[in-house]
Write a protein that binds this ligand. Sequence first.
Ligand code: NAD
Length: 466
Amino acid sequence: MADPANSTSSPFDLVILGAGSGGYACALRASQLGLTVALVEEDKIGGTCLHRGCIPTKALLHAAELADGARAGASHGILTTFEGIDTVALHARKDKVISQLYKGLTGLIGQAGIEVVTGRGRLVDASTVEVDGEGGTTRLSAKTVVLATGSYAKTIPGVELGPRVMTSDQAMDLAQIPQRVAVLGGGVIGVEFASMLRSFGAEVTIVEALDRIVAAEEPSISKHLTREFKKRKITALTSTRVASVEADDQRAVVHLESGDPLEVDLVLVAVGRGPRSEGLGLEDAGVTVDRGFVPTDDRLRTNVEGVRAVGDLVPGLQLAHRGFAHGIFVAEDIAGLDPTPIDDVIIPKVTYCDPEIASVGLTSEAAKGAGKDVETVVYPLGGNGRSIIRGTTGSVTLIREKDGPVLGVHMVGLGVSELISEAQLAVGWEAHPEDIAPLVHAHPSQGEAFGEAAMLAAGRPLHAHA
Ligand code: NAD
C-alpha cells in the first residue's frame, strides 16, 4: 500500500465515494444536519445523471420534440418546415443546460462547507478511505463511509465499441445524425434513443431479446408504444438476439441469431447498466458484493458496520431520483431522524420517448402475484381535450385493490411525464379512488385524464362508461 502523503486527523462524520445523484444528495442533506462531510469524486460533481445521462438525453429529446413540431406545423396551420439538424447548435444547447445546472450544484456544494476531494477513492477498511488524486494519496478517516459510485453502460460480450458501435455515453455527442441505426436493447435507453434519432431523421431498428419492448412496463404499454413506433417507422424486432457485430470505417453489420443481418451506419448498445464496484477495495474490506452490486438492508447498511451504499450500486431500480432518495435517507438515518426506508414500488418511472411512458406502483401481474384482489380501469387520452389538442393518443391505466387503495398507475402518451406526480401521491399515500374522485381537476388539462380514471375506478365516471 502506498504511503499516504496526507491524512486527516479527526474523522469526518461521512466520507462519500462518488458525487453523482446519490452521493451529492447525501452530502447536502448531511451538511444541513450539521454533519461533517468529505465527498470524493474522480470526475465531475453531478455524475452520470448530469453529465452523461438524464439531463443531456432529455435536452436532446426536447430538441427531438421540436423537430417533430416543425414537421407537424402545417397540420396546425403554422407554416414551418423541417430542414435538418445542426448538431453543433444541438450540442451547444444541451451543454449549456448541463453547465447551468453544474454551476448551481457546485455552488451549493461549496456553500454547504462540504470538503470535495478530487481523485479515485478506495475503501481501506470500514473507517478509512484512500484517495489517489493529482497531489498524491490522501487518507480520509470516517465514522461512516457511503458507497455511491453508480453504474456504467454495459456492452454485449464480443461486441467491440468504436466509432460506429457505441453506448449512450458516446451517442450523447454524435457529430452527425446517422442515416441508419440499430439499437440493441429495447429497454428505457433503447427506446429513448430510438425515438430521438428517428425524430432527427434516422431510420431506426430496435433489436430486443425479450418478446416486447419496455418489458418492465404493463404489457398494454409495450403494445401501444410498438404501435406508435411503427407509425413513426421505427421497427422493433422482438424475441431477437444479437449474434455478433462487425464494423469498419464505412458501416456496421449486426448479425442476428435469426433473420437477415442489419447493415447500418451506427449501432447503439443499450443492454442495461452494471454497478460500478470494481477496484473500490470492497471485498478486501469485507463488504459483500453480489454480481457487482452491493446488497444492503432496508436502511441501506451493507454487511460491514459503518459502511452504507446508495443508488445504482444497490440492487433495484436504477434511477437518479432513487439515488437522491437513498442519499437523503442515509444522511437522515445517521443524524438520528429515523426516516422511513425507501420502497422501490412507490418510486415513479418515466421514459421520455414519443409517446412518453410514466408509471408508479404495481403492475396488474405483480399485484395479482402479491395475492391482491385487483380491479383495473383504463381511461383513454382520446377522451381528454388537452391530449387531443396536443395530438397524442394513449391512456391512463389505474389499478386498485377491490374496495381498497390505488396500487399502480401506468400511463402512455405525450405529456404523461408530468402527470406522474399526482399518480405517485395517490400510490404513495395509499389513496382510494373515492378520495381522488371528488377533487377538482383543471380543465382542459391532461391531469383531468388521471381524475377521470379515478372517477371511473370509484364507479362515478363522467366522460366514460363504467
Ligand atoms: P434496461 O434494462 O431498461 O433494458 C435493456 C434491454 O436490453 C432489456 O429489455 C433486455 O432484454 C435487452 N437486452 C439485453 N441483452 C440483449 C441482447 N444481447 N440483444 C438484444 N436485447 C438485449 O436497460 P437500459 O435501457 O440500458 O437502461 C439502463 C438503466 O438506466 C435502466 O435501469 C433504466 O431504468 C435507467 N435509465 C432510466 C431512464 C429514465 O428514467 N428515463 C433513462 C435512461 C436509463
